[in-house]
Write a protein that binds this ligand. Structure first.
Ligand code: GLP
Length: 236
């Protein structure tokens, strides 16, 4: 039997507390309280809470905290895909041009999202993504260093998700923010559009089935070529 990690132990303990003592919409204790109570690091707390969010057991409200989900409301409504799958579904041929593949010290926000200490080594993958050979998206992804060798073997890293899946870390759940932006001069040149051209910015933090953060990525899509499509059910 593989040994349970600290985060798995904490996650199990939190599920027990939620089931036995908490009501829907009750707030979870703060990160600091959980760190003190269980003698674990902030990273372990974040990873455990992320696991609960992924399972739909708790939900987050930005700036307010994390709350217990109402039982009947646990849904997994939206799905996500890789660039490769997404472009194929649009009946175009995906492509990838590797611009950078480098191990770097993690900046604060990358470290936070990947549950690492700032300055820990991470792999930065920068790619220009094409659809039918035309630039579609400029993608920066940071992944934990343990995948460096697998990525280096993946030649041009045609599909990051294929590499992660082959390494036993298949993307399962993601938190995503979509916003509108304009491209700067360097991005414009790579994407083949004028400076200040509009773009869709998709920021994604992706986790595997064990709740490990496996990717933090920012994708800039050309607004003239890409639209974001979702199938949604009415909430009642
Ligand atoms: C989308 C996501 C990225 C992810 C990429 C993986 O574009 N926004 O966060 O890195 O898919 O796609 P692929 O497996 O084709 O490299």
């Amino acid at each position: 039997m593989t040994q349970e990690t600290k985060y798995e132990t904490l996650r199990r303990a939190l599920v027990e507390i939620i089931d036995s003592r908490m009501a829907p919409h009750d707030p979870l204790p703060s990160e600091r309280e959980l760190m003190q109570q269980y003698g674990v690091s902030r990273m372990t707390v974040r990873q455990a809470v992320e696991g609960l969010v992924r399972d739909g057991r708790v939900y987050r409200i930005q700036g307010s905290g994390t709350f217990v989900t109402e039982r009947g409301k646990i849904t997994k409504s939206l799905t996500f895909s890789s660039f490769t799958e997404d472009i194929r579904a649009r009946r175009m041929t995906p492509g990838s041009k590797l611009l950078l593949l480098e191990v770097q010290p993690a900046e604060i926000d990358v470290a936070r999202d990947l549950f690492l200490e700032p300055g820990s080594p991470v792999v930065h993958v920068r790619r220009l993504r094409t659809a039918d050979s035309e630039p579609m998206c400029l993608e920066n992804a940071w992944v934990p260093e343990e995948f460096a060798a697998a990525l280096a073997r993946g030649r041009d890293v045609d599909s990051l998700y294929d590499v992660l899946e082959a390494a036993g870390a298949a993307p399962e759940h993601a938190d995503q923010i979509i916003s509108a932006t304009v491209v700067n001069r360097e991005q414009a040149e790579l994407l083949g559009v004028p400076n200040n051209f509009p773009a869709l910015r998709v920021s994604r933090v992706t986790h595997d089935a064990r709740g490990r953060a496996v990717e933090r990525a920012i994708s800039l899509y050309r607004a003239d070529r890409y639209d974001y499509r979702v199938s949604i059910a009415r909430s009642r």
